[in-house]
Design a protein around this ligand. Structure first.
Ligand code: GAR
Length: 188
């Protein structure tokens, strides 16, 4: 079983996944990292771990449809079975979803359905909720919707700032995502 990580930025979740994978904790092969942002730090992380990595932009491909078609062709050529989204900040198009039915997994930094979108941590903090968390779910055509696989709560204390909350959320993500993939891929 071969899976690809799709990411747009820092790639700390990719780092957690490849570390667990190298320890033999996640079945299957992390065969590819793809980013829609050529400058994303995740690409450097992939290189450091000797994971094949590539990138192209929507603009380069001349629009969303052509971009998705090129991405699908790449994933097919690399014989990818599962997509693992790790801070991939784009909506997955219908063709990609159809090509990977129940085989696209995402992590989101809130207890969905609360606080979907690009700023899950900051939105929860600003709202003033006392409990937020992390959700891992299958991807459908919505933004941060689709069947939930796992959730873990994170409490927001009086002394928390946005920075300390971000730190807490990321720590939970880096444990939860590898654990969920371990279980999910073991069943395949
Ligand atoms: C993570 O917190 C992830 O949950 C979030 O982006 C961050 C990526 O961090 N994803 C979303 O908000 C998706 N809507 P990373 O690049 O360090 O893994």
């Amino acid at each position: 079983m071969r899976y690809a990580v799709l990411a747009s930025g820092n790639g700390s979740n990719f780092e957690a996944i490849i570390t667990a994978s190298k320890r033999g904790q996640i079945p299957g092969t992390l065969a590819l990292v793809f980013s829609d942002q050529p400058e994303a730090f995740v690409l450097q992380r992939a290189q450091a771990h000797q994971v094949p990595a590539t990138s192209f932009t929507v603009k380069e491909k001349g629009g969303k449809q052509a971009y998705e078609a090129a991405l699908l062709a790449l994933l097919k050529a690399e014989k990818i079975d599962y997509l693992v989204l790790a801070g991939y900040m784009r909506i997955i198009g219908p063709e990609l979803i159809a090509a990977f039915p129940s085989r696209i997994i995402n992590i989101h930094p809130s207890l969905l359905p609360a606080f979907p979108g690009l700023h899950g941590i900051a939105d929860a903090f600003k709202y003033g909720v006392k409990v937020t968390g992390v959700t891992v779910h299958f991807v459908d055509q919505g933004v941060d919707t689709g069947p939930i696989i796992a959730q873990q709560a994170v409490t927001i204390g009086k002394l928390d700032t946005l920075d300390t909350l971000e730190e807490k959320i990321h720590q939970v993500e880096h444990r939860l995502y590898p654990a969920v993939l371990q279980q999910l891929f073991a069943e395949k």
